[in-house]
Ligand binder design. Structure first.
Ligand code: ZN
Length: 153
């Protein structure tokens, strides 16, 4: 069992969670697991170009922790891109700060955590039909499987 750790807050769960190099059969690929909080650190810092201070606050972690998560994420992504490895985004120690909903017409949107705690349905902001919560990737409970298999460096 992993030691108890403060949950990192993740505001966005990627819709696509698996990437592999084109044309390479799966059996000859090494798979890297990128945790949800690593994906979130990349998103906040490199995609939204936030400074470290507000980004670490958004994730509810200290700056050194954020820095560590971020550099681990960058190293994994670089390793995958340059060495042709598959990447799976899953697991980690996190809580989702919002819920992703999807309506019958296929629109997707995020509802803030506070507004969506117990509800499993919400109205689509685009077409006003009821939507349901999208499944999210496996959380901390199921994340133990692949851990420790893909050390880098
Ligand atoms: Zn809709």
């Amino acid at each position: 069992m992993p030691r108890p750790q403060k949950c990192r807050r993740v505001a966005y769960v990627p819709g696509v969670t698996f990437f592999k190099p084109a044309g390479t059969p799966m059996r000859s690929l090494e798979e890297i697991q990128l945790s949800l909080e690593e994906a979130e650190a990349l998103r906040l810092k490199d995609l939204e170009r936030m400074e470290q201070e507000p980004a670490s606050e958004r994730m509810n972690v200290s700056r050194p922790t954020f820095q560590r998560v971020l550099s681990s994420a960058r190293r994994k992504v670089a390793d995958a891109l340059l060495n042709g490895r598959a990447v799976r985004i899953a697991g980690g120690n996190y809580e989702v700060a919002s819920h992703r909903f999807r309506c019958r017409r296929g629109h997707e949107w995020d509802a803030p955590f506070e507004l969506a705690t117990d509800d499993t349905t919400a109205l689509c902001p685009i077409c006003n039909t009821p939507g349901t919560r999208s499944p999210i990737p496996p959380g901390p409970d199921e994340s133990g499987k692949g851990q420790g298999r893909h050390h880098i460096g």
